[in-house]
Design a protein around this ligand. Sequence first.
Ligand SMILES: [Zn+2]
Length: 454
Amino acid sequence: MSNLFFASAMLPDGWAEDVLVTTDQRGRIVSATPNAACPADAERFAGAAVAGIANLHSHAHQRAIAGMGECSGEGSDSFWSWREVMYRALDRMDPEDFEAVAAQLYVEALKAGFTAIAEFHYLHHDRDGSAYADPAEMSHRAVAAARTAGLPITLLPVLYNASGFGGTPPTAGQRRFIHDGAGFDRLTTTLRRAYGGSDDVRLGIAPHSLRAVPDGLLAETVAANPQGPIHIHIAEQRKEVEDCLAHRNRRPVEHLLDTQPVDGRWCLIHATHMTAAEAAAVAASGAVAGLCPTTEANLGDGFFAAESYMARGGRWGIGSDSHISVSPVEELRWLEYGARLTSGRRTVLAGGSRRSTARRLVEDAQAGGAQATGFESGRIAAGLRADLVVLDTDHPLLAARKGDALLDGWTFAGNTPLVRDVLIAGRAVVRDRRHPREEEIADRFKKTLGRLLG
Ligand SMILES: [Zn+2]
């Protein structure tokens, strides 16, 4: 058992002061006691503790090109022209490079207050498209990077089989992503052998999208993987909706719900373009909507109709996706600001009168992130992992604030990082804003980018 002592903490019943959290050997919370005395052997944290938020959608390799698609091309730039830039830049990335980029991202994610990451991983093969000797080579690198950083990871190997609806063959830029059903089985079997039962790794699957996985293969893959999270990109782009209507005579979310057993294991990434009926059906299914507001803004995807979805009790969480930003609070802020800009009102997602907007956003994102990653976390409560974030209550931006006002300050007041400490399974992996390996990891990252992009 170990003792952690926090000046204040957000517990399931509300804010409390002088909170003693005891954890077992695996870093699970045994008890959380308010108004406690601080035992002599306790590790003491001066700030305000909240359960961490899982980042439920990451393409780690895209961290290497964050901010590089911002120079206008000829004609109209879109998601699809950005994707060409991304494919070209990543053509040269080898396993060492990928691990260096992912480690840098994962340290950044931890320092920002993310306490787990779901890696929607599709860069599987060698540069010429052939499989590595170990088909899971790149996946092993994602886990190695996460372990270097100390960030729990949910590995979601991506099944990518076609370049468009109707089974169009993959393009040259997609040669490193492609699997058939047998190849994907080999990959998931290898991963289960390597990481099944690990405390810091969860395994799921990610059929890339309806356009990249034909219906029959999607059904077989879902049936062959009866456990763990299932994530899929869906209804991110209007063109995708139009193509799905043309080929399947239904909208993407409507088609998925009609053809797959969508339930709480599923995470529908983006789900931007839904009708009211589709949103109601997703909310009723128990699936999580995986929202990535900064990437969706950067790519011009559109606004998720958060107010009506949340009013129906829809579950959701946040991801930093392309990593144009790596910050849980920037994702939450953009979600609320999108709702304000479209409605002409304030505190749209607070969920009732006299409620803190950030409290609602943070609690929903904690719960949705835990569900979508499969880590038992998201609240400071007995039996759950002690994956916690400690806010810097000494910072001027949080001066004279308590309770939910700390969350509102953290979420809405500017861009200064306000996370001081981060604990994973009860151990501080970021202390006083520092990760013990951050310089070494950043050096390796910079050298890698020099080689890849220089
Ligand atoms: Zn994505």
